[in-house]
Design a protein around this ligand. Structure first.
Ligand code: THU
Length: 160
């Protein structure tokens, strides 16, 4: 019993070749960021890059810790960094990529729930839907807006 409701999510599949030059550069920077990952425990090196509205690109990578929960994903390293250091520059797009012991992953890497929550807060603070390019060697997936990732994102409206 009860009323069944459905939520649809949308994403766009791209090939690297069809992306415009600024997105190709953003993905290249995310790949470059994997070189700065500190991942001695998982050996999974994640890189993220964000384009801000002054044209600047900033990068972040996962930073692990011997006390495992103290480590942080690339996306949260990056998004909290830009939000605190460039609070007046609007994010226009983000790219995420990762390498394991075989090199860059074939499939696109998808952000964890905690990173999505942070991404959603950034979108809310800017009133934007951020296009996020999940890069894999087989292809690229573009997801725009937190509602397409995490429809039940905790948006804080109940906080009083
Ligand atoms: N990781 C990220 O940095 N981003 C993701 O989207 C998924 C996971 C990191 C966390 C940890 O350092 C390693 O990848 C393995 O989970």
């Amino acid at each position: 019993m009860g009323k069944l409701n459905k939520i649809q999510a949308e994403y766009i599949q791209h090939t690297f070749a069809e992306l415009d030059d600024s997105l190709k550069e953003l993905i290249s920077k995310a790949k470059e960021a994997t070189l700065h990952a500190y991942a001695p425990y998982s050996n999974f090196k994640v890189g993220a890059a964000v384009l801000l509205d002054d044209g600047s690109i900033h990068i972040g990578s996962n930073q692990e810790n011997a006390a495992f929960p103290s480590g942080l994903c690339a996306e949260r390293v990056l998004l909290n960094y830009v939000h605190s250091n460039y609070p007046n520059l609007k994010p226009l797009a983000m790219a995420i990529t990762a390498q394991n012991s075989d090199g860059f992953t074939q499939e696109p890497v998808t952000p964890c729930g905690a990173c999505l929550q942070v991404m959603g807060e950034l979108e809310k603070s800017w009133d934007i839907e951020l296009p996020v390019f999940l890069s894999g060697e087989m292809g690229i997936i573009e997801v725009k807006g937190i509602h397409n990732f995490l429809p039940f994102f905790f948006n804080g409206t109940l906080l009083k």
